[in-house]
Structure formats: structure tokens, C-alpha cells
Design a protein around this ligand. Sequence first.
Ligand code: PEP
Ligand code: MG
Length: 866
Amino acid sequence: MGNTYVYDFDADAPGGRELLGGKGIGLAEMTRMGVSVPAGFTITTDACRAYMAARELPAGLAEEVDEHVRKLEATTGKRFGSSDDPLLVSVRSGAAVSMPGMMDTILNLGLNDDATAGLAARTGNPRFAYDSYRRLIQMFGEVVDGIDPHSFESALGTLKSERGVKQDTDLTAEDLQQLVATFKEIYRDETGRDFAGNARDQLLHAVRAVFESWDTPRAQVYRRANDIPDDLGTAVNVVQMVFGNKGDSSGTGVCFTRDPSTGEDILYGEFLVNAQGEDVVAGIRTPEPITLMRERLPEAFEQLTATLDRLESHYRDMQDVEFTVEEGKLYLLQTRTGKRTAGAALRIAVEMAGQGVISREEAVARIDAAQLDQLLHPMLDPTAEVEAAAQGLNASPGAASGEIVLDADTAEARGKAGDDVILVRWETTPDDIHGLIQARGVLTAHGGMTSHAAVVARGMGKPCVAGCEGLSIDTRAGTVTIGEHELKAGDVITIDGGTGRVIVGPVRLVPPAIDENFGTILGWADDLRRLRVRANADTPEDAAKAREFGAEGIGLCRTEHMFMAQDRLPVVQEMILARDESGRRAALDRLLPMQQSDFEGIFEAMAGFPVTIRLLDPPLHEFLPSAEEATSDAMRRRIAELHESNPMLGTRGCRLGLQWPEIYEMQVRAIVRAAAAVQARTGEAPLVEIMHPLVGFREELARLRELTERVAAEEPSVEYLCGTMIELPRACIRADEIAEVADFCSFGTNDLTQTALGFSRDDAEGKFLTYYLEHGILERNPFEVLDQDGVGDLMRIAIERGRGVKPDLKLGICGEHGGEPRSVAFCHALGLDYVSCSPYRVPLARLAAAQAALADEGVTALAVGG
Ligand code: PEP
Ligand code: MG
């Protein structure tokens, strides 16, 4: 027996979301719940994958589709392709993971000249019949034959101006009949063929086109940006058409069970009378707020709110639905977990836990750690005087200033070059995705809160102002009018996605305040996680900020950063350039009190929490003046002597400390004195950890431990631990020996990535690594997301060997990966004691650590799809 590729909505399929896609599984579940859903069937993602492999419909699929069409005919009492009372269907894509607007949909399949006449006669509504037909020709032309949508839109625009009307709904049946003729001509001109009148052919072409749309460049870009595997494929849903364009008792809309921007528990959405779904989604007509539906279609509104309540309690999460009302009767066309801003996600999770709908564990598991970042995004400085030049919809929060860019390609190029740009468009389409990714924000003239630009920007955590009426664009001239202002591409504007304001010129931005829900969720996360979270901080100010974000100590204080300060650099240079020990000591004596006071400030800010201070580890060249800056021949010679071709692999870290022990001696002394001073002042002993960098051999650390103990013994007695970074492959392999002389180890995965992969930290990212990523040789930047297979395996070896000789060896990570959610999960699995990351990422790490612990218990976020 061959494969089964097609399942009716009410059938038991042998798979869930992966097989049926998000839309398919939603339709099947709603059908089972008895929610009013049009009849139909789903063609599985298996079929899509088979199609992708062979670029043709898999054997048997067409016949299976025929069979299910026959069932649909029996259910609906209509015939597909009939000219009397034709069954019409839509073909809708739906992958397992939601990719809003990325793939194609075709409505009204089954219409041809005769069927349209039949439909007109049968419904007594020729306007509706011809409107449906012209939509089919347009969508089919665009999706199946790749005809430029503007050809159709401009024909529609011309007809409207000839008739002197504004809205599509003002066109008469005769107008639309004429439009059908025009559209058919466009179709013939563009394809050299007549529009296909055979219903079965239409359907199979449409199925194929949806499969093809999985592989369009825009879908590929979207998948890469959202980490969606390429081999998932999309399912195809064939659904009996219900009509929102049958007159004033019909309509269509999209809505959320809670406000996706704020999370407030209110009905939120948009709706259009006498329209089909794509009018709302594409932002072609500006829809009305959903609340007006109560007056316009009161009965359907009642049915809608009751259904939404059921759906939300069934899925136990905020739902995003599409619906159509056909002559007063409500049909749900889709339900899925609604995308939301980070702020809304927190509020919904906290409130649902409060309402007893979900547990605290689920509430924590549902927050997207990467999305939390949104809350840490800038806003307009509230004290700045701003005058809005125009006002649009507050479609996605956050604020951004940047130069106006009018097309996605330029936005991509300029954004990649590091420029701040705002993409300004009449409306965005999925083809603009690459520009959206690189722009700071997006501003559109058309479209509502559920338009493409709004949905995509919200998902990316970028500011978006949509539907800005005061905006008009002349793409060819490169000019833009915003309210009263005439601007051009390259001029700076500011958008405030939180309020919808558009401002000419730059505005000061400030980091946003974190609200109560943020604290609540992170508090719950703290109760659930096993990993401790520390911060990398080098100054008392950063340490204080880290505490505010909930850091439980400092995992890395880079002492060289203290040396970079303007008043200190000359002293440091003097120390490095000194010809002998006494010259070095003279400079170090001056540095000691400066370091000591920094350490005191940090210990105080971190009272009660451990502070790991790493001794000096700069590649020397970072401190050296250039040869041109030398003021004497002697200095020039010394600079030349110290020059290295490969400073990253040169006189760095403990190599420096071993050669010139007086440097580390000064630092140990400053640390111990600072600890003693703070203890005397506050009565509380700081938890001091002294860390030696770039150790590869046991002997290096043994000697530095001896140095540390010797110097500490000369100073007031304080408790401290002495440990090392593990950031060289050799240190991983020989971690057993190193552990014998270490109280703790912290993985320096920046250097470990550099040395394990042989990728220069300084150069790879701007050069070959970009090529590697663009060409799929590597999937991710290993400096951003830990290379678990390579670097991660070295870590695993180090942990096994280190804890093999010292079972209670304290282990952490302080490379950049310590704040990257996937890498944090990996560190949890490895059994590290803590992660340490930059203060702004501490909240993400706290959440990611809790989620990793929850995943061990089988608690994960509900799949977000549709
Ligand atoms: C590391 O190498 O991962 C590390 C934390 O040290 P640095 O980045 O200062 O070299
Ligand atoms: Mg390092």
C-alpha cells in the first residue's frame, strides 16, 4: 500500500503538528471540539517533502485528493467544477512552525466563466460571484504563474477612478464583470495562455504552488532568521470556501483573545464587512476595530466571543484566530498560539498563572528567553521634547532613530554596514523580510496591527509604526512626505512603536523600565533554576547594574579594563615599557591604590556574593603606543622588541604574570587589601576569587598559586579562593592535573572557541566566517552560540577529568556564551555551577537556566505555531 498523504479534518491522523502543520492541526482540533469550521482536508508535510525531493507531486497524491474532494462534495452537497452550484475551495499553506505571510494561499478555486454565472444565479448575488472570480484570477496568476501583483492592482485602481469610487465595495456587479475580463487579458498577456477553467487542474496547480512557496527566497531568509529547519516542509489545507464578501451581513476578521502588544485580557483585532480574508491581512482596506462588530453583526459577535473563550481555555494560551461570517454565520478558519511582544508574554503568563489556568512552571517555560531582550530595548527619552510629525498605529514597541531607506535591498546593505536605517514603505510584503531584519525599525503608510510589517516586527522585537496616514512616498523620486514635512531618503527620522508617533530628526533614547511582571517571572525562574547566574563586570557601576538585573556575583572582572581609563593608561604604558623590574615596580606602585579602590567598590556592590577577579590578561599590543607616538629612540626600540605578529597567541595572560611577577603581585595585594578594607568597614567579608588567565599547564598555575599565597600572607588575613580560566584546548585535556592546584575553574569560551577552532576572535567575523555562514558551511556564529559538538566536547572532557580528581571543583563559564540561551541550557546539562554574562543579559540567563531545569522535568513551552 502506498503512503497516505491526505486526512480530512475530522479524521484521526497518525501525527500532529509536524505532519499536519499548525493550521491543519488547529482545524482538526476545532472540528473535533465542535467549533464551527468549514469542511476540508489536509495534505501532509510528508507530501511536501516528497514533492521537494522530486519536484513533482508524489505518486497517488492527485488521486487521493480527488477522493477527498468527492467526500467534501458529499458533505457540502455541492459539486467541484459544477457550473450550477459549485463547490469552491481555498488552498492554504501551514507549516509546523508559524511563518506568517511567508507562504501562499489561493481562494475561490473551482470558479470559471460558467461556474461564476451559476454561482451568481444560485446566490442571486452576481456582484459577489464576479468579485470572487476576479480574486481567483488575481491570486492564481500571482501565486501559480508569478504575475506581478501590480498589474492586477493597477487595473483595479484604474477602474475605480473611472467609476469615481474609493472602495472596492463601491464597484457594481457589471464593473466587476468587466474587471474579470481585464484580469483574464492580463493573465493571457503575461502567460500566453487562457486562464485555466478546469477546477481539478486549478486545485493541483495550487497545491504545487504552495509546496513551491516553501522554497522561495523570502521563506528561506525567514527560516534562517528564526532558526527553522529547512526540511520541515509545509502542509496544504484544502478548505470549503465560506464567503465574507456576500454583502453587509458577511465579513471577515482576525483577532486575538488578549492584546498581543500589552497582554491585557481584552478582545483585540480587526474586522471588515463584506470582504475576504486577504483584504485584512494584506492591509489593502483599512479594517475596523473588532469591537465595532458588536453593532454591525451582533449575533456573529456573540458566537465569536463564546468560541474564543472556549479556544483559550482549551489551548490554555492566548489564541490568534481568523474568521469569516457568511450571511450571519460564523466560521473559524484558523486558530493558533498568538505571537506577542515580550511585555505581553510576561503579563499573559503571570495573569494566566494567577487565574489558575497554567502553573508557575508553565508560565516560566513559555517565555522566550531571546524575546526578553525586547524589554531591554530603548525608548524615547521621556524628558526629550518631541513633536510628532505624523501618527500611525503603535504596531510594535521600542523606539529607533535612523536614516530613511525606501527599499529592502538598501536597508539590508546599509544595516549590514552598521548604519542605522528605518525602512519606510507604503506597506511591507514578505519579500521585504531581509530589509526588515537589518533595519532598526519599520514605518508603513498602509495596513493595520495585524499587517505583515506589524506581525514581523513584533516577532523580531523591532519598533514598527504601521498605517501612518500622514505618510506618502514617491519611491522613484526618493522623497517622502511626513505630515507637513518634505523629506528624502537619507534624512533621519525617529519612530516610536509604543505610541505610533513619527518624528522628524533624531531623538534621545533611554533604556526602558522593567515592569512588575518581569520581576515576577524572573522571581519564579530563580526558584526553579539550578545554575547560578553571575555577571561579567569590571567597575562598581556595572556591578551595581548587574545586581539590579539579579546577578548573584561576578564571574569575571577583567582587570585590564580598569587599566584602560584615561588617567591610568600612561602609567600602564610606563610599566610595560620600563626596561627593568624597578621601573615596572615604580609604575605599579602608582597603579595599586587605583585598583584597590575599584575592587573595594565592586566588593561593596556585590556584598554577600562571590567576586571573581581575573589578573591581567591583555594582548600587550592593546596597551602599547604606536611606534609613531614614541618620544625617544629607546622607547621606539622597546616597542619594537615587544611587537608580536600574533598577539592573541603571544605574551598574554599568565605568561605575562609569570615573566613579570611584580604585576600579579601588585594585583593580588590590591585585591587582598581591598577585601580587608571592606570587611573592616562593613563587617562582612567579601567572597574573593582570584583567577589566573590562559593557563595550559599545571606548572603555570602551581607557580601562580604559590605567588598568590606568598603575597596574600604578607597582607592582612582574608579568605579567598585561587583558580583559573579554562580557555585553551590543552587545559581541557589536562584539567585533572590543573584541578589539583585550582579551587575553581571558569571556562573562557571566547578564547576556547578561538583556539579550538583556530578562528581568530579579532578577524573571523568580518571575513571568512561571514562567508561560512552565508554559504551554510556553519549554521551559527560559534562566537555567539557555543559550538557544542567541538568546544562543548572539550568542556565535557575538562569537567569529567577535573571533577574526577576533585569532585567538588567549582565550575563556571564567563565567555560571551554565558548569556546566550541555548548555550546556557548546554551549560546546565554539563553540570556547571554558574554562568556569567554581561549585565544586560543576566535576565535572559536566569530564565534560560530555569527553562533548562524545567525541560529536565518535561515542562516545555507549548509549541507556538499556525
Ligand atoms: C574568554 O576567553 O572567554 C574570556 C572570558 O576572556 P576574555 O574574553 O577576556 O579573553
Ligand atoms: Mg580569554
